[in-house]
Design a protein around this ligand. Structure first.
Ligand SMILES: N[C@@H](CCC(=O)N[C@@H](CS)C(=O)NCC(=O)O)C(=O)O
Length: 219
């Protein structure tokens, strides 16, 4: 049985859960909460040397980094969401990288300072919020253009790149980030949010936060 380590508040964990669901793979979800320091234990760092969630144990392999995990899951299941064709695969990789390196980083600034810092009593950095929003104002139009010309991020087919972006956008409402100005992006998102792989595991992100605050465990 696959073991997935992480907690619902992490959009990187959601990313892996969406992929597992899409591929119809069953897994045990081992709740691991960085807010409670559970990512520092020797047991966990033997699986994820960076101490970051998500991590996974599968077929004797201990793997971390959400995109690497999803690539492994899709590749070992011969799924077209990670195409075999080198050119198609390269485009999927390019959009995965763009989302993970640029979009997620900018959104993470806003999420951290508007949600996690107040939740955990850390200093809120207003400048970081401003910079994050400025970057998103540059990145969202690029995603909008791509999705106005293609049904999916990497082209005609649904791929890992879509799972990547979908999960990264999950905290938008909670972080007061609106994508209303981007109709193609919004339509693409609403369409995917209605799919079974998403519906099966998505619990409204704000509910995760409320749970975290009420239990103080963040699970
Ligand atoms: N690039 C990593 C990012 C993982 C990440 O930042 N995880 C956060 C939660 S979303 C975490 O574990 N933070 C705790 C820490 O860094 O100590 C991935 O895609 O898996």
């Amino acid at each position: 049985m696959i073991k997935l380590y992480g907690m619902g508040l992490s959009f990187n964990v959601s990313k892996v859960r969406y992929c597992l669901n899409y591929l119809n793979l069953k897994y045990d979800w081992v709740q691991t909460n960085p807010i409670a320091g559970e990512n520092k234990s020797p047991e966990f760092t033997s699986i994820s040397p960076t101490g970051k969630i998500p991590a996974i144990e599968i077929d004797g392999l201990k793997l971390f980094e959400s995109n690497a995990i999803n690539r492994y899951l899709a590749a070992t299941n011969n799924s077209p969401i990670y195409p075999q064709d080198a050119k198609k695969r390269a485009l999927v990789e390019a959009w995965m990288d763009y989302v993970a390196i640029h979009v997620a980083h900018a959104l993470g600034r806003v999420l951290f300072n508007r949600v996690f810092a107040p939740m955990t009593g850390q200093t809120v950095d207003q400048e970081s919020i401003k910079v994050g929003l400025e970057f998103l104002d540059k990145y969202f139009p690029i995603l909008e253009k791509q999705l106005s010309q293609n049904p999916y991020l990497a082209g005609k087919e649904f791929t890992l790149a879509d799972i990547n972006l979908l999960s990264v956008l999950d905290p938008c409402e909670l972080s007061q980030i609106s994508i209303d100005r981007y109709p193609s992006l919004k339509k693409w998102r609403n369409n995917l949010k209605a799919q079974p792989f998403y519906q099966k595991c998505y619990k409204d992100y704000s509910q995760f936060v409320q749970d975290a605050m009420s239990t103080k465990a963040g699970k």
